[in-house]
Ligand binder design. Structure first.
Ligand code: PMP
Length: 398
């Protein structure tokens, strides 16, 4: 069997790849934040994780350009060697203060940050308790840990956000083994918030450490957008906060926040930190400036929330299946791949860009149009999204 046989015979997307309803890899030619030009058409952007529009903010762009002038476009080396800039240290210090943690370590992408946190912490006898709906970067990190330690029983996947189930799994585990509970803070498809208060209860007296991947919580929830732990007032109960710069802070890159001891340990054991070139200057400067603006302009978070309420209520009153919630990730559940593709296309024709989420990215029955809002969206933008949904044929009839 030739290694590339699977490549030659791969046909999963072929049926629709050359049809107009194929929604992936569509090309953006111009980006104005709330509007983008895609393949010649200007459409409303309702599918970006740039929750505060910082990627297009003039102050953030200027900071990035200044950093390029001063340091160049790349660092071309690991943080251990030639890749540490004063910018990284300043950003890490600012983030630690913002999150109320002792120390922070930055990574070049959010994806590699989860690997950077989980793999070095897990040895042969340690156990990982991972939510079934966790982000792929967590799933992959846990698989690497299991592969490296060759302990096939290492990963316990508990039912999504089911803290009774987690509690039972923890109670059944041997008392002496090290335990890490890992969960998204905000789940990236559904927009669900982790049930942190009950997670903390479930973890009590088990010695388990709690790690939250708050990629979608930072900038969105809690005091000045400090995330899910802050939202619940449980900052001290979360041992490790992972975050990204690619969402609420408009840049790219990731970070781990925790105790000084933890960060010191990771600096010398975390492969995706040590063996990857460091966060580029423009991205570090952009994240730092976004963080400053976010703290000075807390009204952005209020606006994000009011946009979210307006859209969720509006879609519900149009008869769409949209859960209540306060997160600007708004899932419109359609429950069928083709229905999602057709709806996505119909929305594009109405001038609204959204994200289709089909299996296996979401479980069967949960296929959805995922809308993501920004604080830079105005009321008229939300009205445009609602108008588009009201004009397309009723989903069941498409
Ligand atoms: N964690 C979660 C929960 C995410 O949703 C994402 C991105 N979709 C990541 C990590 C990876 O972050 P990045 O895109 O910044 O690499």
């Amino acid at each position: 069997m030739d290694l590339f046989d699977k490549v030659k015979t791969y046909s999963r997307a072929d049926d629709i790849i050359n049809t107009p309803i194929f929604p992936f890899h569509r090309t953006i030619e111009e980006n104005y934040g709330t509007y983008v030009k895609i393949e010649g058409n200007t459409v409303l952007m309702a599918g970006s994780s740039d929750y505060h529009g910082f990627a297009q903010d003039e102050r953030v762009k200027e900071a990035a350009m200044k950093a390029v002038s001063k340091y160049g476009v790349g660092n071309n080396g690991s943080r251990l060697h030639n890749g540490t800039l004063d910018l990284h240290l300043e950003l890490e210090e600012n983030l630690a203060t913002y999150l109320g943690k002792e120390a922070v370590l930055t990574y070049t992408t959010g994806y590699q940050t989860n690997q950077g946190a989980i793999v070095p912490l897990i040895s042969r006898n340690d156990l990982i308790f991972s939510d079934k709906d966790n982000h792929n970067s967590i799933v992959q990190a846990t698989l690497i840990s299991r592969g490296m330690s060759m302990n096939k029983n290492q990963i316990i996947r508990y039912r999504h956000n089911d803290m009774d189930h987690l509690g039972r799994c923890l109670q059944q585990a041997p008392a002496d083994n090290g335990k890490l509970i890992v969960s998204d803070g905000i789940f990236s498809m559904s927009g669900n918030i982790v049930d942190l208060p009950n997670m903390v209860q479930a973890a009590k007296n088990t010695g388990a450490k709690i790690m939250l991947d708050d990629a979608h919580g930072i900038g969105v929830l809690g005091r000045n957008g400090a995330g899910t732990a802050s939202y619940f007032g449980l900052d001290d109960e979360v041992d490790i906060i992972v975050g990204t710069f690619s969402k609420g802070l408009g840049s790219i890159g990731g970070f781990i926040a925790g105790s000084k001891e933890l960060i010191h340990y990771l600096k010398y054991t975390s492969s995706s930190y040590i063996f990857s070139s460091s966060l580029p200057p423009a991205q570090a400067a952009a994240a730092m400036t976004s963080l400053e603006i976010l703290q000075k302009e807390p009204e952005r978070i209020v606006k994000l929330q009011s946009n979210t309420q307006m859209l969720r209520k509006g879609l519900q009153s149009l008869g769409y299946s949209v859960p209540d919630g306060i997160i600007p990730i708004v899932p419109v559940i359609l429950g069928d791949d083709m229905l999602v593709f057709k709806t996505w296309k119909a929305l594009m024709e109405q001038g609204v860009f959204t994200n289709p989420a089909v299996s296996p990215a979401v479980p069967d029955g949960q296929q959805m149009i995922r809308i993501r809002l920004m604080s830079t969206h105005k009321e008229e933008h939300i009205e445009k999204i609602l108008d588009a949904f009201s004009k397309i044929k009723s989903p069941v009839l498409i």
